[in-house]
Design a protein around this ligand. Sequence first.
Ligand code: ZN
Ligand code: ZN
Length: 281
Amino acid sequence: MYYQVEKMNGYYRIGSPESVYCYLIVGTEKAMLIDTGYCYGNLRETVRQVTEKPLIIINTHGHCDHAGGNAQFNEYCYIHEKDVELCKEHTGRKMRMDNVKRARHSIHYETGEEYNALPEGFDMEKYCQMDTGKLLSTKEGDVFELGGASISVYETPGHTKGSISLLYQEKNIMFVGDATGTFVWLFSYEATDLKEYIRTVKKMYGLNAEEYIGGHNPVPMHKDDLKRYIQAAQEADYSKGEPFECFFSNECKPRVCALDGMTMADMFRPEYAAVVISEEK
Ligand SMILES: [Zn+2]
Ligand SMILES: [Zn+2]
C-alpha cells in the first residue's frame, strides 16, 4: 500500500513516502480529512478503507503538498478564500509536472539517500489533468460537528495568507499544517511578514490545545516548542541568516535564521527552531 495509515489517539495519520501527512478524524456521524497531500497514490480508496461516513475535506492551505489530491474526491473541499488563487497555481499542470519530476528523485531528509516517491503504475497524464477539486470557502469561527468531535477553524496566516489551523476541541489537539514548526518557510510571495507570523504563533499558544500537529513532522509540538518558534521569529535577522537553496527560491534569496546561532546542521537537535525568510520580510 502506498499510504501508511496509523491509528493515533482520536484520529488517523495517513503518511506517504514524500514525508507528507494527512489526518482523518472519524466522528459518529461524519468524518473529516485534513489535507490531501500531493496525492500520487489513491488517497480516496485509503480513506474509504477506514470509513464510509460522509466526508468533509479541509485544506490547511493552498500548497501543492496539501491540496494536490482534492480532485480525487467528489466531495467539496474547504479552504480559506485567501488561498484559493494559490491553490489554483499549485494544483495546475505546470506545478504537478515539476513535482512529479522531483518525486522521482526524492532525497530522504535524514539519510540524504535518493529514492522514487511515486507508486507503482503511476499515471502521469491522469495526475497532471487533476485540478483544484470542488472548493468551498471556510473562515475563522466555522465549527464542523462530526458527532462527538467538534472541529473549529482558526485563521493562522504566516506561511501563506490563507493558512488555517483546526482545533479538535474534545481532544485539545490542533492541526496546523505548515503554519508553524521548527523550520517555517516564510520567504515566498504568498507568505505574510514576520510580524503577522508572530501574532499567529502567539494566538496558537493562547488556545486550549495541548498538542499541535504539523503536516510534515510526525512528532507533535507543545506549548514549549511554540515559545521557541516565537523567539526564533522575534530574533530573526536576515543579515546573519544562512543562505537556503530550494527548487523555487532563486529570486527571493531566502535565508535560514535559527535560534542562538544554530545552523542547519543542528536541525535535528530538540532545541532547534528557525524561520526561513527573504530580505523584505
Ligand atoms: Zn506549505
Ligand atoms: Zn507542506
